[in-house]
Each structure stands twice: as structure tokens, then as C-alpha cells.
Design a protein around this ligand. Structure first.
Ligand code: PAF
Length: 283
């Protein structure tokens, strides 16, 4: 069946009203478009677990800082639409910023603590922008379930906390990181990398793999693991570390000893492109 394209919140609401009337369960996959297999895996899972699936394709301006890549963020709606249709989703929501934010828009959602370290510390206001748009999408879609990739691990933790704190009536499903054959985590921003940078970018997953093996072999001192990861990345001339951190997976507070579920997260510039990657260690 052909996927429905909704351009405005009003159109979405009409479709959702109809779906709700018929008693359908609804899955939401929020994206910024330029879809790759990582997004594909979220859509596939949503299609399996829900009667109807809405995918949003919206480059959300309020989650970008003034010197970030809002203007250059890759966009290809026709290709996105083809992929979404092929995977069997039912509706694509593709609004303009002016459809989402009135000129006097004045409400934002902010999640303290969990959004303050890692990317939150480097990208001030980023998670307020994410939480605000995600809440709008939750409200519009009235979804039963929403699907997020673990690649943006802190985002997943922040959204989970927000949903818990605000008693939002939605289940958050975290889905595994999808990687290229050489280990690089799939990301729309990989497209910024030139061939040399693309090769260099494999250092992120290599360093993380070593870190994970160390923990699995019994190393519980976070500083020792972080030092090894830092050492491996520093050997790559095109790489510049933004952060290497090990935190509690729930609170995103740094830990000294790896004695609980932890997130090991890194952000690394390869040339001018900032890439993130991570693994979660469950005790
Ligand atoms: O992960 C993303 O692509 C974005 O942060 C999201 C969740 C679609 C909100 O704009």
C-alpha cells in the first residue's frame, strides 16, 4: 500500500484520529531523514510490532547550535520516501520548520542531569531541542511505541527519563547500533567523510572493541579502560578526541568502577566531522 505523506500537524492528527477509531496500535520512528540501514532497522521493527507506523523526517532546527551543521545536514526526501515505503511504514510526516514552530513558540522541555554530560556538555541546548520535538511527535502521533537507535545512547537515556518523569503514555524501544562491514557505526553524517577520513573513522569502533574486551576480561577500573581507548584513537593522525567517557547507563553520571550497567561513549572529530559511538556493558 502507498505510504501517506503528511506535511502538517493538522494532517497527521486527522490520520491518527482515523487509526485510533479503528483501534490500531501505532509505532513512531522519529528521524531527521537521509535514512540508512540503521533507520531501516528501526522502521522494520516498528512495522513488525505495530498495526500502523508513522516515520517523521524532519531536520529539527532547535536541536542544532549556532555553529553546527543545520544548513549542510544531508537531505534526500525522495530517497527516504522510497525506503520508508519499501519497508512498509504507513505514514511519513515531513513538515517545514514553520509548521512545527510558530513565530512566538515559547515552550521547551529540559531534562536535568542525564542530559548534562557527554554531548549535552559539548552541545548546549541540544537535548532541550530533541526533547521538545520528540514530545511534539509523541503528542501528534499518540503512538504506543517509539523507536530510537542506541547509537545516540545519551539521547535514548534522556528520552527514557523524560517519558518516565512526565508519565508519557508511550513505550520507548532502544534498538542496536547498525555498523558498516568495517565496524563504523552507520550515521547520516558519515557522508561528510572523504576517502581518507572514512578509513580513519574505523578507529572509533576499533578502540571501543578493545575497551569492551578489557571490561569483559575483568578490568573494572574506568580510568584504565578510558586511557586505552584514548591511546588507540590518539594514534590516528586524522582523529581528534572530543570525549571518552564511562558513565552509569541510567543517570549518565561518570563512574570510577565498572560495577553496574555502564555506557562507554566517545565523540571524535575525524577532520571536521564529529562522530559518536558507544557500547553498553551490562553486569
Ligand atoms: O536522532 C535523531 O535523528 C533526532 O535527534 C530525532 C530523535 C529525530 C529528533 O530530532
Amino acid at each position: 500500500m502507498e505510504v501517506i505523506v503528511a506535511r502538517t500537524p493538522k494532517e497527521v492528527k486527522e490520520i491518527i484520529r482515523d487509526w485510533k477509531k479503528q483501534g490500531y496500535s501505532i509505532g513512531l520512528v522519529p528521524t531527521m531523514g537521509y535514512l540508512h540501514e540503521g533507520h531501516g532497522s528501526l522502521i522494520e521493527r516498528a512495522v513488525k510490532e505495530n498495526d500502523k507506523v508513522m516515520v517523521s523526517v524532519f531536520v529539527n532546527p532547535i536541536q542544532f547550535g549556532p555553529n553546527e551543521d543545520l544548513e549542510t545536514y544531508p537531505r534526500d526526501f525522495d530517497a527516504d520516501l522510497q525506503m520508508i515505503e519499501k519497508l512498509g511504514a504507513d505514514m511519513v510526516f515531513h513538515p517545514e520548520p514553520s509548521d512545527m514552530y510558530a513565530p512566538d513558540f515559547s515552550t521547551t522541555i529540559s531534562v536535568a542531569g542525564v542530559s548534562e554530560n557527554l554531548c549535552g556538555a559539548r552541545r548546549p541546548g541540544h537535548f532541550n531541542g530533541v526533547c521538545t520535538v520528540v514530545t511534539k511527535l509523541f503528542n501528534l502521533s499518540e503512538a504506543d511505541r517509539a523507536y530510537f537507535g542506541q547509537k545516540d545512547a545519551q539521547q535514548l537515556a534522556v528520552v527514557r527519563r523524560m517519558v518516565r518523569d512526565l508519565n508519557a503514555n508511550i513505550e520507548i524501544i532502544g534498538c542496536p547500533i547498525i555498523r558498516e562491514d568495517d565496524g563504523l557505526a552507520k550515521s547520516s553524517r558519515n557522508t561528510y567523510l572523504n576517502p581518507d577520513e572514512r578509513k580513519a573513522a574505523t578507529v572509533l569502533s576499533k578502540a571501543l572493541r578493545t575497551g569492551k574486551q578489557m571490561i569483559e576480561s575483568g578490568e573494572k577500573n574506568a580510568e584504565v579502560v578510558k586511557s586505552k581507548i584514548t591511546e588507540i584513537i590518539s594514534k590516528e593522525p586524522l582523529a581528534k578526541i572530543d570525549y571518552v567517557e564511562i558513565t552509569d547507563w541510567n543517570s549518565i553520571e561518570p563512574v570510577d568502577i565498572i560495577d553496574r550497567s555502564t555506557l562507554c561513549a566517545i565523540a571524535v572529530y575525524i577532520g571536521n566531522t564529529r562522530l559518536i559511538d558507544n557500547f553498553i556493558y551490562e553486569v
